[in-house]
Design a binder for this molecule. Structure first.
Ligand code: HEM
Length: 425
């Protein structure tokens, strides 16, 4: 442990925490999204931000856009990147480096600008085309049936631990080519990392995160080395084969594999949980039970209504005019994807969960532009199949007390969701 580094980081953390709380008390709606009690009602803060002047210049130094139109514009605009012009973390303290507090995890392609982003994205994109993903439907269904049957047999279960987490882990492990034996370890470390993805709030959390990422990287590195020794099957093999065969350095290959694992399951498990909560909380569950072919619409409506990823950040690489406001190069602009999904100029009665609405798929839950979510077809497939199997096996599903939500500006998801059913009801 590096004591000097810890003292410096601890000091900065205390300043960030203290400053953030003061700004939240002073009424800054962006900071209020991070602190209780305000953070319990993100929808109210989103409305305030959407209805106010755009962009909102937070006193934390960040610009915020919250309407659907501006969020879409910002994520698609090629004048913006995800790093500062010298390659640093947006808003970070050290120019040209990854800031351990704001970006505690190597984000691989998510945190790269062209040409590195283009080069690495091209390498993995073929594994995620809609056709390659559709071909996995049987595998996803078999895994979902196994998990749902085991959960329903208990009659009382935790949707998150029993289904929503293990399903995406099994699927992404298969896409990557990770053996079953390692998949459980992945889930464990992956969840630890997921908890800190939106930035860390304490030194302890930072150390936990660094340990978890270190373990994950170690596992991936071993698997890649094994593949390289065994002559990877570049043409017909899995994604680890493709990475092992590619001419990229070890660090990049390991970073990419870890990102795919993390991006692939924290988010998808959030989507499955948020869908079930919205369905059971709005009396639309019986409609889905009667007609499971509406599951795809439920998934889109959940992505609009309560998206697992709530915002994304962009950095203009030149001075830009954003809806009439001059925004200097290297500023941080946050696009509130969650707020965009509730924009009343796009969706009628946006606060109502209505899977039959025709505008449901006009959301930004998967962002847009160069960083548009690579796993969108996979996430949609997994969530749809999970819902189809759940309605089939557990039509009398209902909630039990004890649900827990993650407290994070970035992720909206349940970490515990107790449910009960009557087997065969
Ligand atoms: C409901 C589930 C999911 C949600 C809500 C989601 C959301 C997102 C969002 C918002 C971004 C873009 C962030 C930005 O604009 O900077 C993104 C990027 C990404 N997602 Fe997903 N994601 C989901 C599932 C998945 C899955 C299953 C995978 C597959 C393994 C995946 C892999 C990725 C990757 C690799 C990127 C980075 C793309 C790039 O930077 O070019 N995601 N995701």
């Amino acid at each position: 442990m590096d004591l000097r580094r810890d003292v410096l980081l601890g000091g900065r953390l205390a300043m960030i925490r203290g400053g953030g709380r003061v700004l939240a008390w002073s009424g800054d709606p962006l900071l209020r999204l991070m602190y209780r009690p305000w953070s319990d009602r993100p929808d109210l803060l989103h409305r305030r931000l959407r209805d106010g002047p755009q962009p909102f210049a937070s006193r934390s130094g960040v610009f915020v856009v919250a309407t659907a139109q501006l969020c879409r514009e910002v994520v698609r605009d090629r004048r913006y990147g995800v790093r500062t012009r010298v390659g640093g973390t947006p808003g970070g303290a050290v120019a040209g480096e990854r800031d351990p507090l704001l970006e505690p995890v190597d984000l691989s392609i998510l945190g790269l600008d062209p040409p590195d982003h283009t080069r690495l994205r091209r390498l993995v994109a073929p594994a995620f085309t809609p056709a390659r993903i559709a071909a996995r439907e049987d595998l996803v269904r078999t895994a979902a049936e196994r998990l749902v049957d085991a959960a329903v047999a208990k009659q009382r279960f935790d949707l998150v631990a029993d289904i929503a987490v293990p399903l995406p882990v099994a699927v992404i492990a298969d896409v990557l080519g990770v053996p079953d034996a390692d998949a459980a370890t992945f889930a464990h470390w992956g969840q630890a990392v997921g908890a800190g993805l939106g930035g860390v709030r304490s030194l302890r959390a930072l150390h936990r995160l660094e340990r978890a990422t270190g373990e994950l990287r170690g596992l991936m590195s071993d698997l890649l080395a094994q593949r390289r020794r065994g002559r990877p099957d570049e043409a017909g093999g899995d994604l680890l084969d493709a990475l092992a065969a590619a001419e990229i350095d070890d660090d990049e290959a390991v970073g990419l594999a870890v990102l795919l694992l993390l991006a692939g399951f924290e988010t998808t498990s959030g989507l499955i949980g948020n869908a079930v909560v919205a369905l059971l909380g709005s009396d639309t569950w019986p409609t889905l039970v009667d007609d499971p072919s509406t599951a795809a619409g439920v998934v889109e409506e959940t992505l609009r209504f309560d998206p697992p990823v709530q915002f994304t950040a962009r950095v203009p690489h030149e001075d830009v005019d954003l809806a009439g406001t001059p925004v200097p190069a290297d500023s941080t602009v946050l696009a509130l994807l969650g707020a965009a999904g509730r924009d009343p100029t796009v969706h009628t009665d946006p606060d109502v969960f209505d899977p039959s609405r025709t505008t449901a798929d006009e959301h930004l839950a998967f962002s847009g532009g160069a960083h548009y979510c690579l796993g969108a077809p996979l996430a949609r497939l997994e969530a749809r199949v999970a819902l189809e199997v759940l309605t089939d096996r557990a039509p009398a599903l209902h909630r039990l007390p004890g649900a827990e939500r993650r407290r994070s500006l970035l992720l909206s998801e349940y970490t515990r969701l107790p449910l009960a059913t009557t087997a065969g009801a």
